[in-house]
Ligand binder design. Structure first.
Ligand SMILES: NC(=O)c1ccc[n+]([C@@H]2O[C@H](COP(=O)([O-])OP(=O)(O)OC[C@H]3O[C@@H](n4cnc5c(N)ncnc54)[C@H](O)[C@@H]3O)[C@@H](O)[C@H]2O)c1
Length: 255
């Protein structure tokens, strides 16, 4: 990567206040990108964007069509166009399948699945004349399922099907659409760990040791995740679409 890898790329990053989105907001300006960060958490989002040298932070609730449309239109106006959407905002709460409430299910689907649809629809008019890249966040859970997180797994499965559909629909506009399936250590993963009993955590760690051939645990945002995303956000990735790109130390492969 060099200071020119993302030169001239105008990029919206959702989930910019934490975890992987935050990592990209911090890294991309140094590669020449113009970045607008978005998140529900305006306090952390503003602080990260300011420290990183991003062009702007804009608050958004990705479940709310009006909020999404206003934020995307404002970001595009500020940047003078758009080349890439990286849609990392998401939630992954746990609940047993047999007694999760309808409100819980609706909320998890709204943020992860409906939020992806709304963000993608909102950027489409800004990408359709010159083309560009959409990078949505799926999960190994969307492929394999995830005991204890069935609503989340269902939402990420929906993201994968949506992705493949719009990759085909929007290819004629030279819009590429790929899904990231990460296994990266972030505050979301810390929260998942904090919800486990000591016994379950020990089992979980032992399972990851077997399931992740490269190192036996989730990867690091800066070393393992950002370099791949920098390439995927660059012009060099223009001939890739409809793919699930696992950045997971070999976890999906090893099942
Ligand atoms: N960490 C992993 O290993 C892992 C694995 C598989 C998939 N993912 C997916 O990767 C993406 C990034 O995850 P992360 O680990 O960086 O999580 P994170 O919790 O660190 O960050 C997620 C961000 O999304 C924001 N957000 C939540 N709801 C929102 C809403 N309604 N509107 C706008 N912003 C909202 C949060 O405020 C937070 O800043 C998520 O979509 C997640 O499901 C993560």
């Amino acid at each position: 990567m060099s200071a020119d890898t993302l030169r001239g790329r105008r990029i919206i990053i959702t989930g910019g206040a934490s975890g992987m989105g935050e990592g990209l907001v911090r890294a991309f300006p140094a590669y020449g990108a113009t970045v607008v960060s978005m998140d529900l958490d305006a306090v952390a989002g503003e602080a990260v964007a300011a420290a990183a040298g991003a062009l702007a932070f804009l608050p958004v609730d990705v479940c709310d069509a009006v909020s999404v449309r206003n934020a995307v239109d404002a970001a595009v106006a500020r940047m003078g166009g758009l080349d890439v959407l990286i849609h990392a905002a998401g939630v992954a709460p746990s609940a047993r399948a047999e007694d999760m409430s309808l409100d819980f299910w609706n909320r998890v689907i709204a943020v992860n699945a409906t939020g992806t649809m709304l963000m993608n629809q909102a950027v489409f008019p800004h990408l359709k004349s010159a083309g560009g890249a959409i990078l949505n966040f799926a999960s190994a859970a969307g492929v394999n399922g995830h005991p204890g997180k069935a609503a989340y797994a269902a939402a990420k499965g929906a993201v994968l099907s949506w992705n493949r559909s719009i990759a085909a629909e929007w290819a004629s506009h030279r819009i590429t659409v790929n899904a990231i399936a990460p296994a990266i250590w972030t505050p979301m993963y810390d929260k998942t760990r904090s919800e486990m009993s000591a016994e379950d955590l020990a089992l979980h760690d032992a399972q990851k040791l077997r399931a992740i051939p490269l190192g036996g645990k989730l990867g690091d945002v800066a070393r393992d995740f950002t370099p791949v995303m920098t390439f995927l956000a660059s012009e060099g990735a223009r001939f890739m679409t409809g793919q699930i790109i696992a950045i997971d130390g070999g976890m999906v492969m090893s099942r």
